[in-house]
Design a protein around this ligand. Sequence first.
Ligand code: PAF
Length: 282
Amino acid sequence: MRVVRTIPEMRVVAERLRRRHRTVGLVPTMGALHEGHASLIRTSASRYGATIVTIFVNPLQFGPGEGYRRYPRDLAQDVRRAAANGADVVFVPGAPQMYPAGFQTAVEIGELAARWEGRSRPGHFRGVATVVVKLLDLIQPTHAVFGQKDYQQALVIRRLIQDLNLPVAFQMLPTVREPGGLAMSSRNRSLSVSERRQATVLYRALDHARGRIRSGVRHAPSLIAQMRHMIDAQPAARVDYVAIVDAKTLRPQARLHGRVAILVAACVGRARLIDNLLVEVS
Ligand code: PAF
C-alpha cells in the first residue's frame, strides 16, 4: 500500500489507478480510523478495482471551540488499519497544501444543509462540501463511499455531486455499531466508561421510536418527546436536537409518512454524538 502526501503525486497515482482499473473507490476520512471506517474500506476494496483512503482533519469544517486541535490523530495506526482492510493508497495531505495562503473559495449548499447539524454547527457543511469537492476533483474516483452515521452529510454530498454534475457514483453504507448499539465514531474515544454506557441511550431512543412507528404510531411530536425523555434521564447526556424528518429533504414531519429519518444529536460528557435510523412508514 502506498502513502501519498502531495497533491501532484496524488494526481499521478490516481490517474494510473484509473487507467489500470475499471472502478476506483474513494473513502474520505479524517483519520482516527475505527471499525466503521474499516467496513467502508473493506466494502470499497471488495467492490472496486482500487481503493483510495484520504486522511485529512479538515480545519474548514470545525467551528470555534469544536476541537480541531484536539481531534485524535494517529497516522501510523490509521495507515496500518487502511492497509489491513484493503486500501491501495492512503492520501495524507497537509492543511497548507489543501488550503494554501490566500485560499478563499468555498462550496455552499442550500436548504439541505441549513437544518439540524447545519444549524448547530454554522459553516460545517460549507467546510465538508469544499474539501469533498477538492478531493473528488483531484482523485476523480468512479465511486465515493460514505457512512450513514453522518446521514445529513451523506445527503449533502449526494446533492452536491448531482448539482455539480460530478462524474462519480455516490454510495452510502450502513452504520456500524458497538454491541450496545452505540454508533462507531472517532468521538467515542473521549467517552469515559460511564459516559460510554450512557451514550447507548441514543440508539435505544432511536430504536424505541422505530419500534413505535412500526407498530402504527404516526404522531412525530409524541415520539420526539419520548426520545428526549429517555436521553434526558442520563445524567451525562444533553440533547441538542431530536427530529423525525422526510428522509430525502430532511424537512420535519408532524404526521409520519413515506421514508423517514429519525435523527438525534446530543452531548455526552465532552463528546457531541449524532446518530440516525431510517424507517419506511407503510
Ligand atoms: O465524515 C468525515 O470524516 C468528514 O466530514 C469528511 C467527509 C472526510 C470530510 O472532511
